[in-house]
Design a protein. Structure first.
Length: 572
């Protein structure tokens, strides 16, 4: 049976036209071998002891077949063997819908020959390159829900606090990724270059009363971009910038990525507003991803702080923003420095277990020397020296998530999360960065084209609160008249609820509509829209919206934010 087995294996491992070479003789060879096996069996020989001539002819026929197989093996030996598949780097883009680099390198092809399949992939010498993208635009109408709030002195928010329509670009990007194998080794060079796409607005730096950045996100390679080495049996080691494993490992548990009500409003977001501290792009990083062809998968990332300052208040070497994606002075108080969440070294890791319909994720991330002195300078006219010195501390986050899909095509997802800021006890009165949080989501597939989703996120109270304009009514420890803060009794818990409907128009083309609401406690200021949308609805009113260091943002805690949205998404 050796000829039959060899032919079968050869056909299974190769593609046309080599399959055509073997298709005709295979059925004949198998039939002949079955007949030969019967004729040469001891039982048959005993039943026909006198038919020696027939047995001699069988022997000669076997030798002829062996010679034919030798000739066939010689032909096969001249056909290049297929190149081993390369292990995809991780992490995946934050929407978890685009494929990571997963080149299926095969035998020689013409340069830039289109690879069969739905992806826009082309062959290169001993490698391949893929163009990919995600385009998403929505029409929204949102309200901040702060119109009835009153701050110290009886003054309320400034500007239009009612429903405001907008058109927003939502995590839209384009990029190329590929791999190149060298020689006969399984080691390969892998790369990805990705940029954000502003479809509904013009590209530029971010300057508003709620966010300032010197980074042009729509610049070339402004998003996940890296290069490195891959080996199927050992995994991938890459260098560059990416959304860390802590964020991407659990992306599949969030059915509302980039739309109003994305779980990033609360999950990964330690203090509210529209910055997601444990979901940010980590630059100047190195990370390792284990082989993906196993139920258990791990990612480990390290980003050196590149900060000569011992308290992380400098811009990292080689960057245009403070670490954490803002600029010096974004905290709205003097002195201008990286003092609104800037950190030094960062470490992020995950471990996932996948055996469909079950998925389990464990993730951890730590930021060292996180500088939050702007909380103190916003509370005190003259912060106590001891307080100011010690308000630089490590922060970490850990979470566990589970997803299970029932036979009814009902997908249930849940995450439990724990944040911690390692402050001395005498600074806990203003610690809004330490809390618990949870996320529950359900997606029901209605048909091949339609699905509905619902989600609920909850942020628990924190040990303290620095106060946000309308809540800064108490005198802080060692304070003077005019100082104010929220305090240890502050209710800064919050809930967010989201509902969405999706309809698939064609492969990679979807329309959707959703409603979401963020319901803040009296001292909380979680937003609506964090997680990648160009337009966010946050706690700030319209006062001093000049942008840059001259802005004096007024954040109103206790808002009851709501929004509706309808959008179109194209993925390739």
């Amino acid at each position: 049976m050796s000829l039959s087995v060899n032919i079968h294996l050869y056909c299974a491992k190769t593609q046309a036209p080599r399959q055509t070479l073997l298709a005709l003789p295979r059925w004949l060879a198998v039939t002949a071998l079955v007949v030969l096996a019967v004729l040469s069996s001891p039982a048959f020989a005993q039943q026909n002891p006198g038919d020696r001539a027939l047995l001699d002819r069988i022997d000669r026929l076997e030798k002829t077949i062996a010679a034919m197989q030798a000739q066939l093996d010689a032909v096969i030996g001249k056909i290049p063997a297929p190149v081993a598949d390369l292990q995809p780097p991780s992490p995946m883009p934050p929407d978890a819908a685009n494929p990571a680099i997963a080149p299926q390198l095969t035998a020689s092809h013409r340069f830039m020959e289109r690879k069969p399949g739905k992806d826009l992939t082309f062959y290169t010498p001993n490698g391949e390159v893929t163009a990919y993208g995600n385009f998403d635009v929505s029409f929204d109408s949102t309200t901040k829900g702060i119109g009835s709030l009153v701050g110290p002195g009886g003054v309320g928010p400034v500007g239009n606090m009612g429903w405001l329509p907008d058109i927003s670009t939502n995590i839209s990007y384009a990029g190329v990724r590929g791999a190149q194998r060298f020689g006969t080794h399984s080691l390969a060079f892998v790369y990805q270059l990705e940029t954000e796409i502003d479809i509904a607005s013009s590209s530029g730096i971010s300057e508003s009363n709620s966010a300032e950045s010197n980074t042009v996100k729509a610049g070339l390679t402004g998003r996940d971009s890296f290069l490195g080495l891959s080996q199927p049996a050992k995994g991938v080691l890459v260098f560059g910038k990416t959304f860390a494993p802590y964020k991407t490992a659990a992306a599949r548990l969030n059915p509302f990525v980039a739309i109003i009500g994305d779980n990033a409003v609360i999950m990964g977001n330690t203090g509210g507003d529209n910055r997601v501290e444990f979901g940010t792009l980590l630059e100047h990083a190195i990370w390792y991803s284990s082989p993906a062809n196993h139920p258990l998968h791990t990612d480990i990332l390290f980003s050196p702080g590149q900060n000569r300052s011992s308290d992380s208040d400098n811009i990292a070497a080689g960057e245009s923003d403070c670490t954490g994606q803002d600029i010096p002075g974004s905290g709205g108080s003097l002195p201008y420095a990286c003092n609104d969440g800037s950190f030094s070294n960062a470490f992020s890791a995950d471990a996932t277990y996948t055996r469909e319909p079950l998925f389990i994720v464990l993730a951890y991330e730590r930021h060292q020397k996180v500088n939050r002195r702007s909380d103190l300078t916003g509370m005190y006219a003259n912060p106590p020296a001891t307080f100011f010195k010690d308000d630089v501390a490590d922060e970490d986050a850990g979470k566990v998530g589970v997803q299970y899909t029932l036979p009814s095509k009902t997908q249930i997802s849940g995450i439990f999360e724990d944040f911690h800021r390692y402050l001395p006890q005498f600074l806990q009165f203003q610690n809004e960065r330490q809390r618990l949080g949870h996320w529950l989501a359900l997606t029901q597939t209605l048909s091949a084209k339609d699905s509905i989703s619902a989600g609920w996120a909850h942020a628990y109270r924190t040990p303290g609160d620095p106060g946000q304009h309308n809540t800064s009514g108490e005198l802080p420890p060692l304070g003077s008249p005019g100082d104010g803060f929220g305090g240890v009794h502050a209710d800064n818990s919050a809930n967010m609820v989201t509902f969405a409907f999706r309809h698939k128009l064609a492969e990679g083309l979807t329309v959707y509509t959703d409603w979401a609401g963020t319901f803040n406690g009296p001292f909380a200021h979680y937003d609506l829209g964090a997680g990648g949308r160009i337009v966010t609805t946050d706690c700030h009113d319209a006062s001093d919206a000049t942008g840059g260091e001259s802005s004096n943002p007024h954040c109103w805690a206790g808002g009851q934010l709501m929004g509706v949205s309808a959008g179109i998404n194209r993925r390739f």
